[in-house]
Ligand binder design. Structure first.
Ligand SMILES: [Zn+2]
Ligand SMILES: [Zn+2]
Length: 527
C-alpha cells in the first residue's frame, strides 16, 4: 500500500550502527515490521498500531539498551533491534506506544514512586493489554508473543514469589501476565512493595546508621561474616530516622548477598553491598521509559486519529484496552471544541513535527533575480519544508437556514470560541446559497462577535463545497467545520468528500450520518 511503502524511516543521527551494513539491515527490518502491521489482524498485522505509529520516525541510539519512545519518535539500540524478528519488533513497538497512550511515564503519574518498581508495574499493565489484544484479534494464530529475545513471560505471582524469596529470580523474560488486564499500575506497584516489605531477601542494614558514618570513610578490612539467613540474625536498624537499605540482597538459600562478599565501597550498603541509590536484583524492565515529549492533547489526538483510521480502513478494531481509554475520552465526554482543538493539534503534528521534505510550505518562497530592467523578479522557487510553527487553517460553514434556531446558532458559534486563537479561521454563513462576501475572518475570540447571520433559506452544502476552493481563503484548508441542525432531507448523501478533515457539529440530537467526516452532537445543556 502507498502508506507502507513510504515508511522506511530509520535514521542514525548518532552513528550508533556498527557498520553501514547493519544500518541497512535494520532499516529493512523496520520497514518489514511496519509493512506487516498493515496486514489484517488475522494475517498477523496490527492496523491500529500501524495507524498510530506509521507516521513516527525511528532512530538508532546507544543511549538505551533496548528500546524507548517519547511519543514522537521510536528509539532502538542497534544490537537489540538486530536480535528481534519483525514480529518481536512489532510487539516492542506496541509496548512502547501503549505506555504513551496510558500516560504511564508522565511525572504526574509516576511521581513519588520508586522508578524501578513503577517501571515493572507499568510493564505488567502494557503487556497485559498487548496480550489480550493479541488473543482477541486472532493474531495469535500467526505468531506467539513473549518468545525469543523478549520472553518468556513472568506471571505476576511468580515474580512476587521471587521477591519473597520462595522462588529464584528469573534470569530472563518480561513482565507479562494477561491476568493483569484491567488492573492499574498503582495496584501492581502496591503489590510489589508489599512483597518487598515482607521479603526474606530484604536487607535491614546498614549496621552503622548512615548519619554516623564518616563522609570519606574507607571500609575497614574485616573478616567477612556469613550473611544472615533471612531476617533472623540480621543487624537491627539504627536509631529512628535512619534510612534502611531495604534492598532485596540476600539469597535465602545460600545466605549470601547477591552483591558478593564485602567489604563494599562507601556508596554501597555496608551490610549487603547493594548500591545505596536503590536497585532491584533480577531482570529489569523491557525498555527504557521516557517521559512523553507530547502534550496530553497531542497524545489524545494521536489515539483518536489512529482509531478513526483503523475503522475507516475497515481493518478491524481498536485494541480492547485502548478502546476503553478512548471511551473515556470519546463520546459523550468530548465536546466539539475538544475535537476541533485535537484535529488542529494533529495538523500541527502531522505537518510540522520536523522539517518534512515531502510537504512543502504552501506559500512559495523564491530567490529573486534582477531582470533586464533592473527589477527583482521571483525566479527560483524554494522548496522549504514545513516547520514547527505550522498554523492550521479552518473554515466553518455556519448553517443559517430557517430550521436553525437562534439558540442553535449561538451554541454552535460558541464551540468555535476556544479554537478561535488557533491558526486562521473563516466563518461563512450559508443557507440556500453560501454568502461568501459575508465571511468573517477569525483570528481571535473577539472576531466571533462579528460573525454575520444572513439568509434563512434552505441549505445547499454541495454548492458550498464546490465553490470553496475558488474563494480567497478556500485554498489549502486543513479543517472544515460544518455547524448545522443536520436536516438530512436537504443534505445529499453522496456529497463528494472535500480534500480536508471535516467535522460536522450537529446542533440537535438528530441522527445524522454523512458519507464523510466526523460527527459531533452538540448538547446545549453542557455549555
Ligand atoms: Zn515498558
Ligand atoms: Zn543492605
Amino acid at each position: 500500500m502507498e502508506f507502507a511503502s513510504a515508511l522506511t524511516r530509520l535514521s542514525d543521527p548518532e552513528k550508533a550502527a556498527s557498520s553501514p551494513r547493519q544500518l541497512h539491515e535494520l532499516s529493512e527490518k523496520i520497514s518489514a515490521t511496519i509493512t506487516r502491521l498493515f496486514r489484517k489482524c488475522e494475517n498477523g498485522g496490527n492496523p491500529f498500531l500501524f495507524a498510530l505509529t506509521g507516521p513516527k520516525p525511528h532512530e538508532l541510539t546507544r543511549r538505551f539498551d533496548t528500546a524507548a519512545t517519547d511519543g514522537k519518535k521510536f528509539y532502538w539500540n542497534p544490537d537489540f533491534l538486530e536480535k528481534l524478528d519483525p514480529n518481536e519488533a512489532a510487539t516492542i513497538m506496541a509496548h512502547e506506544a501503549y505506555h504513551v497512550l496510558f500516560y504511564h511515564c508522565t511525572p504526574e503519574r509516576s511521581g513519588g514512586y520508586k522508578p524501578n518498581i513503577w517501571n515493572i508495574a507499568v510493564d505488567y499493565v502494557v503487556n497485559s493489554v498487548v496480550e489480550t489484544d493479541h488473543d482477541k484479534s486472532g493474531r495469535n494464530s500467526k505468531y506467539k508473543l513473549w518468545t525469543g529475545v523478549i520472553g518468556p513471560a513472568i506471571p505476576l505471582d511468580h515474580y512476587l514469589e521471587s521477591i519473597d524469596g520462595t522462588r529464584d529470580w528469573p534470569d530472563k523474560g518480561c513482565f507479562g501476565d494477561v491476568t493483569c488486564y484491567g488492573r492499574s499500575p498503582e495496584s501492581i506497584y502496591d503489590a510489589i512493595m508489599k512483597a518487598m516489605a515482607q521479603s526474606k531477601r530484604k536487607c535491614t542494614g546498614p549496621r552503622t546508621p548512615i548519619g554516623q558514618q564518616q563522609p570519606q570513610q574507607i571500609p575497614q578490612p574485616q573478616p567477612q561474616q556469613a550473611g544472615p539467613n533471612g531476617q533472623q540474625g540480621q543487624p537491627q536498624i539504627g536509631p529512628s530516622g535512619v534510612k534502611a537499605c531495604g534492598n532485596l540482597s540476600w539469597d535465602p538459600k545460600t545466605g549470601q548477598s547477591v552483591y558478593g562478599p564485602g567489604p563494599y565501597a562507601t556508596d554501597q550498603c555496608e551490610d549487603c553491598g547493594a548500591p545505596l541509590n536503590g536497585s532491584m536484583p533480577g531482570i529489569g524492565s523491557l525498555d527504557s521509559h521516557l517521559p512523553s515529549a507530547q502534550t496530553k492533547d497531542e497524545t489524545m489526538g494521536d489515539m483518536l486519529r489512529a482509531a478513526e483510521q483503523t475503522r475507516s480502513m475497515g481493518r478491524g478494531d481498536v485494541p480492547a484496552g485502548i478502546a476503553e481509554a478512548l471511551g473515556l475520552l470519546g463520546k459523550p465526554e468530548l465536546t466539539p471544541r475538544d475535537i476541533i482543538r485535537m484535529m488542529c493539534s494533529n495538523k500541527v503534528i502531522d505537518k510540522g513535527n520536523v522539517n518534512d521534505w515531502k510537504r512543502f510550505r504552501r506559500r512559495p518562497e523564491f530567490i529573486y533575480e534582477k531582470d533586464a530592467d533592473g527589477i527583482y523578479q521571483p525566479k527560483h522557487r524554494l522548496y522549504t519544508p514545513k516547520k514547527h510553527d505550522y498554523m492550521p487553517k479552518w473554515v466553518c460553514l455556519l448553517d443559517t437556514s430557517g430550521s436553525m434556531s437562534d439558540e442553535d446558532l449561538v451554541h454552535g458559534v460558541k464551540e468555535l470560541k476556544l479554537v478561535s486563537g488557533v491558526g486562521e479561521g473563516w466563518v461563512v454563513p450559508c443557507d440556500a446559497t453560501p454568502y461568501w462576501d459575508k465571511a468573517t475572518r477569525i483570528t481571535s475570540t473577539g472576531d466571533l462577535a462579528r460573525t454575520q447571520i444572513v439568509g434563512r433559506g434552505g441549505t445547499v452544502f454541495d454548492t458550498f463545497l464546490r465553490e470553496l476552493p475558488e474563494q480567497k481563503f478556500g485554498q489549502n484548508v486543513d479543517l472544515l467545520i460544518i455547524i448545522t441542525d443536520g436536516d438530512c432531507g436537504e443534505i445529499p448523501l453522496d456529497l463528494k468528500p472535500p480534500g480536508m478533515d471535516v467535522l460536522w457539529i450537529i446542533t440537535n440530537k438528530r441522527d445524522f450520518k454523512p458519507n464523510f467526516g466526523r460527527v459531533c452532537q452538540l448538547r446545549p445543556s453542557r455549555l
